[in-house]
Structures are given as structure tokens and as C-alpha cells.
Design a protein around this ligand. Structure first.
Ligand code: FAD
Length: 302
């Protein structure tokens, strides 16, 4: 068995694996896609000590750093079940079962769906989630951004530089994004902000041709013609596969203490899949280190 098995290969998992391996204990890392969300990120300017980098570039150096240690890397493998017996057992989708004395869950998060008619139908036919990835596809076109939080307003600012026009739809009466982002947004001539509106449908034929929304004050339904919709209403933790095995918040986030420990002895968690206050690369890496040290502490006491 492993001493530490890390499930998830984003910044949290990579950091946890390195910290564990540096203790000279048997370490494995199993990941559906090594690099995680960072693979979908273009510019990164807040990874302290590196002024500016790009997602795939950062992932390449993460991988290089992980490979510098004696870590079993099992990429393109999805965990489907966790069971605590004598050891912790992680079942993979391919049927294999990995056993470990301790486990660090770092399965990250993914974009939240808005759940209106047309969203699923027109995914990749005008409905997008990653402005950095898909923004350029809408060059010179009109798009909507659903969500007025930080990610929505960042997306709107980003897209405004590429597309002809951006309509932001916010459900609440006010935007929730940081003031500095809102100020920046307000300087842009090709952005319209609709507040207190509920998106009701993404319309189209073979691809998106518009969006319908209801003014929550007047209950009047309106329609805007456009070619793209970016859904930016937050992240969902990749924790469904855990079922009832591990205690989670009502948002599905794994509850951890300050050592990264979950409610199950020997099972730790780190990064965006936990109830951490903020979801950032540097924060995930920090919590990955914490979880690995927590797991090591557990191992020497048990
Ligand atoms: P993730 O990066 O989500 O990694 C999760 C890992 O778990 C992946 O390897 C995944 O394949 C794997 N996994 C999931 N489910 C399973 C399973 N069942 N079995 C096995 N493996 C599984 N942060 C910043 O600090 N600066 C930025 O500029 C920035 N820009 C961003 C831009 C975009 C477009 C996105 C999407 C995010 C951005 N973030 C940024 C946030 C940052 O990427 C995340 O906070 C960080 O990647 C979280 O790391 P993580 O390791 O917790 O999870």
C-alpha cells in the first residue's frame, strides 16, 4: 500500500505529493487530468514570485517538480469510490483499487451550470465557460456573461477587448464583484450591465442566437440577440463521487480542519474541493502542503 495517496493532480495535489515524498514515504498521485484547472488558464499574474506565467507552462513545471521525486503518477485515471477499511481504499473507474494508509483528496472544482433551457444543447455551440479558452472564438461578435461576481466581471472585461459587445446579466440588484473590477467595467464602452434579471433561456437553432431574461422587478421577459453566452456563476467541487463517505458542506465542499483533516481518520483534503475561503493556485498549494504534513503527522502517530 501507499503511505500517502493523493487523488487529484492540480496545484493542491502536486504540492501535497511533493511535501509527502520529501518525507521519504511511499507516495502516489492519481489524477483524471494532471494540472487541473490551471490547464485551462491563460495568464497568471498572482502566483507570488512569478510576475507572469501561463497555465500550461505552470503545469509543465509542476509536473517537472513532481517527477523529480519518487512519486507514482497515475494520470488519466478517475477515482469513483472511497472506502475506509483498515486502509483507505480508492476505487478507480477502470475497476482497479488503490490502497493507502492515508489519502489526500484534491479533486478541485468545475464551472457551475445555470440550468436553463438551451444551456446543455448549445454547449460548445455558443455556450462557453472559459473566456480565456473560448473568448477568441467570438471575435467581433456579441456575447452575454451570466453572473456579476468576480469571475463574471473579469470575463466581461476580458471579452470586451475581443468581441463587439458584452451584456452582463446579474440575478441580484447589485454586482458582487470587487469594486476595482466594477470601476474598470464601467470605463468600457461596449458593455451593458443588466441587474436584477433572471436568465430564462438560451435560444438558438444549430447554434446560439440569443438569450432571454426576466426583469425581476416588472416580471417582463426580454430577448437579446447575440452569438455567445459565457456562464460565470461559480464553481462546483468535484466531490460527488465521495457519496456519504466524507463530511461535506451543503455546497458539496469537503470540510477540513486546520491540519487539512476530514472527519475520517487518515483522510485529508486540500484545494478547491474543500471549504477553503478562497480558490486560488497559491492557496491550493498551501493547503496541499498542510494536508501532506497533516497526513505525515497522522502516519507517525498510527
Ligand atoms: P484543480 O485545479 O481543479 O485540480 C483538480 C484535480 O483533480 C485535477 O487533476 C482533476 O483532473 C482531478 N480530479 C477531479 N476529479 C477526480 C476524480 N474523481 N478522480 C481523480 N482525479 C480527479 N487561480 C489563481 O491563483 N490565479 C489565476 O489567475 C487563476 N485563473 C484561473 C482561470 C481559470 C479559467 C480557472 C478555471 C481557474 C483559475 N484560477 C486561478 C483558479 C485556480 O486554477 C484553482 O484555484 C486551482 O487550480 C485549484 O487547484 P486544485 O488542485 O484544488 O484543483
Amino acid at each position: 500500500p501507499y503511505d500517502v495517496l493523493v487523488v487529484g493532480g492540480g496545484p493542491a495535489g502536486a504540492s501535497a505529493a511533493i511535501y509527502a515524498a520529501r518525507k521519504g514515504i511511499r507516495t502516489g498521485i492519481v489524477a483524471e487530468r494532471f494540472g487541473g484547472q490551471v490547464m485551462d488558464t491563460l495568464g497568471i499574474e498572482n502566483f507570488v514570485s512569478i510576475k507572469k506565467t501561463e497555465g500550461p507552462k505552470l503545469v509543465a513545471s509542476l509536473e517537472e517538480h513532481v517527477k523529480d521525486y519518487n512519486i507514482d503518477v497515475m494520470n488519466l485515471q478517475r477515482a469513483s469510490k472511497l472506502e475506509k477499511k483498515d486502509l483507505v481504499e480508492i476505487e478507480l473507474e477502470n475497476g482497479a483499487v488503490l490502497k493507502s494508509k492515508s489519502v489526500i483528496l484534491s479533486t478541485g472544482a468545475r464551472w457551475r451550470n445555470v440550468g436553463v433551457p438551451g444551456e446543455a444543447e448549445f454547449k460548445n455551440k455558443g455556450v462557453a465557460y472559459c473566456p480565456h479558452c473560448d473568448g477568441p472564438l467570438f471575435e467581433g461578435k456579441r456575447v452575454a456573461v451570466i453572473g456579476g461576481g468576480n469571475s463574471g466581471i473579469e470575463a466581461a472585461i476580458d471579452l470586451a477587448g475581443i468581441v463587439e459587445h458584452v451584456t452582463v446579466l446579474e440575478f441580484l440588484p447589485e454586482l458582487k464583484a470587487d469594486a476595482v473590477l466594477q470601476e474598470r467595467l464601467n470605463t468600457l464602452p461596449n458593455v451593458t450591465v443588466l441587474k436584477n434579471v433572471q436568465t430564462t433561456e438560451i435560444t438558438g437553432t444549430d447554434k446560439v442566437n440569443g438569450i432571454s431574461y426576466m426583469d425581476r422587478d416588472t416580471e417582463e421577459v426580454k430577448h437579446v440577440e447575440l452569438e455567445g453566452v459565457f456562464v460565470q456563476i461559480g464553481l462546483v467541487p468535484n466531490t460527488e463521487w465521495l457519496g456519504d463517505a466524507i463530511e461535506r458542506s451543503r455546497f458539496g465542499e469537503i470540510l477540513v480542519d486546520k491540519h487539512g483533516a476530514t472527519n475520517v481518520p487518515g483522510v485529508f483534503a486540500a484545494g478547491d474541493c474543500t471549504d477553503s475561503a478562497y480558490k486560488q493556485i497559491i492557496i491550493s498549494m498551501g493547503s496541499g502542503a498542510t494536508a501532506a504534513l497533516g497526513a505525515f503527522d497522522y502516519l507517525i502517530r498510527n
